[in-house]
Design a binder for this molecule. Structure first.
Ligand code: ATP
Length: 264
């Protein structure tokens, strides 16, 4: 199958199993959203798909196991943005985003004109062109988050693994980023896997969801099937309303009923 396929994945940290027999599949050009409460194993799954954690089971991209790939080859196939990135703050935005081109440079070679063009394009698409020469250390949290995504996009991978990519972004920049990812998926056939705590955004952008609870898949399928009020209430211990608008789910927190403090 072209796209990404994970079969029977078990993984964790030293002496601490987290994922238990997880299956996940996303065709080329598809968008898989990984959802679940804090500590469910979403980031662990993304790290495993990125080839960064030892695991049982198989992860293949377009039919090729990622385990056999060298880091340089892997970086051309998979682009991973962690949830809490720690980019080297001394670099300028351009130099940092240029790091995304490393898998394409010859050994000890310097970037060429085409690499600089890719970087300039990505910076423009992420509204960072005006900050290209600034040190990362001087960027706001949301700007830095966008720079991290710019580095991953400059890598031009076939699969994007984005762990909470909208963290710290205002609603406009969050939407612009998700629209950009959606366009890469539709126009270039990039395969996308994201974790998103915002279930409404997850439902609107992903075409399939995997719902993880305690390291295992409790539900998977189209957002409309997975995001039921009962399931969200049970696994997040949350009081929510699940509404439908334009065929897409909206998951809205609803304040628990109870006495309200008197105004004033
Ligand atoms: N480096 C680590 N070493 C040991 N345990 C870890 C490590 N990273 C995560 N864990 C544990 O693994 C479990 C799953 O963590 P993970 O970060 O995958 O969850 P998550 O679903 O992404 O959570 P969140 O929504 O809070 O980001 C948690 O119990 C966490 O404490």
């Amino acid at each position: 199958m072209s796209g990404l396929r994970a079969v029977d994945i078990s993984a964790g940290y030293r002496g601490r199993p987290v994922l238990r027999a997880v299956d996940a599949e996303v065709p080329a050009g598809g968008w898989l959203g990984v959802i679940g409460p804090n500590g469910a194993g979403k980031s662990t799954l993304l790290k495993t798909l990125a080839g960064l954690l030892p695991h049982e089971g198989t992860v293949t991209v377009d039919g090729t196991s990622i385990d056999g790939l060298r880091p340089r080859q892997r970086a051309r196939v998979l682009g991973y943005a962690p949830q809490t990135p720690e980019p080297p703050t001394g670099l300028t935005v351009t130099d940092y985003v240029l790091l995304g081109r490393s898998p394409y440079l010859p050994p000890l070679g310097r970037e060429g004109r085409s690499d600089l063009r890719v970087v300039a394009e990505v910076l423009a698409r992420l509204d960072l062109a005006g900050m290209a020469t600034r040190p990362l250390a001087t960027l706001s949290g949301g700007e830095r988050q966008r720079a991290v995504l710019a580095r991953v996009l400059a890598q031009q991978p076939r699969v994007l693994l984005l762990d909470e990519p909208t963290t710290g972004l205002d609603v406009g920049h969050a939407q612009a980023l998700l629209e950009l990812v959606d366009r890469l998926r539709r126009e270039d056939g990039v395969t996308v896997v994201t974790t998103l705590h915002d279930l409404t955004l997850a439902a609107q952008y992903a075409d399939r969801l995997v719902f993880l609870v305690d390291g295992a898949v409790t539900a998977s399928g189209a957002p409309g099937e997975v995001l039921t009020q009962a399931r969200v209430a049970e696994h997040y211990q949350a009081s929510v309303a699940v509404l439908t608008s334009d065929g897409s789910r909206i998951v809205a927190p609803v304040r628990h009923a109870g006495p309200r403090p008197a105004p004033g």
